[in-house]
Design a protein around this ligand. Structure first.
Ligand SMILES: [Zn+2]
Length: 363
């Protein structure tokens, strides 16, 4: 049975191991060790994600969370605020995002082992670097994952709080190579990369286009000194939309604009690379992941509350690899702030819901 004291203890022990993105080795080793101690096969893939598996019956189900936290996330001192809430001491984040997700996975496996009885095969993927661009999920060894459905424990609020829509995310880098020359002696011999880049930036999609489509030029870098015509300038930007066609149309406009600028400046070399970082999704009720989670929530008397989110999670990347994924709450609030806190009863609900999902359909 899901055990309150045990899951809280696991959570606090994981929080005590610092793991800001990029510094996950210690917590990865600990999660791997705990999975093995619970009888799971577990090891790290080449990127250092912890992948695990416990045998069972029927279709395997993937349980996933990320092990890294945002800053300020060092020297976290969790404090109880009444019996049901854990906060940081106000100087750091708490790290419930996403040590709470990790604790839920460990508790579910321990509870299954303790109680015995039939359950589905469980695969576990605990990723690194989620907070800095979904790095772990993007570099995961998918040859070791056979599940086609994933429960991704990585959202704020109670388990009925579900990320119902997430955007398609496209990014680009544009490098303008001109020619340098002394700005005072012979500027006409130069090809000013910054000026050409400005022409490009002015025509790139920026701001809001509709309720679910946005664009941004986020970074520009170029030139070396005041008195030289700059020979290089780099532009970095992004576009997002819940609608795949809309983000593709924006990208098409941006590419056409770069092409037009290129035509006006034959002496410059312009290299542009556009790419999809991850696919978006809109959960529908017949989606296999949504169907599984919604059914279990309703069994527990919780009404699924899917809502749109503006960014991606590992769930977007999993979907790109053909794994239907649903991302939902594990009792955390004010994520990525010093006011972050965890509601223990909601953490327990999350674990109970997942345990029930793992038990369901064990043929
Ligand atoms: Zn998270």
């Amino acid at each position: 049975m899901i055990n309150r004291d045990r899951i809280v203890r696991t959570f606090l022990e994981l929080v005590a191991i610092e793991s800001p993105s990029g510094s996950e080795d210690a917590v990865a080793a600990e999660i791997e060790r705990r999975l093995r101690a619970l009888g799971a096969e577990a090891s790290q893939d080449a990127h250092g994600n912890v992948l695990g598996r416990i045998a069972g019956h029927g279709e395997p189900l993937l349980l996933s969370a990320h092990m890294d936290t945002v800053e300020p996330g060092r020297g976290i001192k969790p404090v109880f605020d009444g019996p049901d809430i854990i906060r940081s001491d106000g100087t750091t984040i708490l790290g419930a995002d996403n040590k709470a997700g990790c604790a839920v996975i460990l508790e579910v496996i321990e509870s299954l082992r303790e109680d015995g009885g039939a359950h589905r095969a469980v695969e576990v993927a605990v990723s690194r670097g989620e907070e800095v661009g979904l790095l772990g999920a993007r570099n995961m060894d998918y040859s070791r994952i056979s599940a086609k459905v994933a429960l991704v424990i990585d959202s704020g609020g109670p388990p009925a709080s579900i990320q119902g829509q997430a955007p398609f995310h496209h990014t680009y880098d544009i490098d303008v190579f001109g020619r340098s020359a002394h700005a005072g002696l012979e500027p006409e011999k130069g090809i000013p990369a910054i000026t050409i880049a400005a022409e490009i930036v002015s025509g790139l999609p920026q701001g809001r286009f509709d309720a679910e489509t946005t664009g941004n030029v986020g970074r520009i870098q170029g030139g070396l000194v005041r008195n030289a015509v700059p020979d290089h300038c780099r532009i970095e930007g992004e576009m997002r939309s819940m609608d795949e066609g809309a983000v593709q149309a924006l990208q098409g406009q941006a590419e056409a604009h770069v092409e037009a600028v290129r035509g006006r400046h034959p002496g410059a070399r312009i290299e542009a690379s556009f790419r999809r970082e991850y696919p978006g999704y809109r959960l529908t009720e017949d989606d296999p992941a949504a169907k599984l989670l919604y059914g279990v929530l309703q069994e527990f008397g919780m009404e699924p509350d899917p809502h749109p989110v503006g960014g991606g999670t590992d769930g977007n990347v999993f979907r790109g690899h053909g794994i239907a994924s649903v991302v939902f709450g594990r009792g955390g609030y004010n994520q990525h702030t010093r006011d972050e806190y965890l509601v223990i009863p909601e953490l327990l609900d999350c674990a109970r819901v997942i345990e029930r999902a793992v038990r369901s359909g064990a043929g």
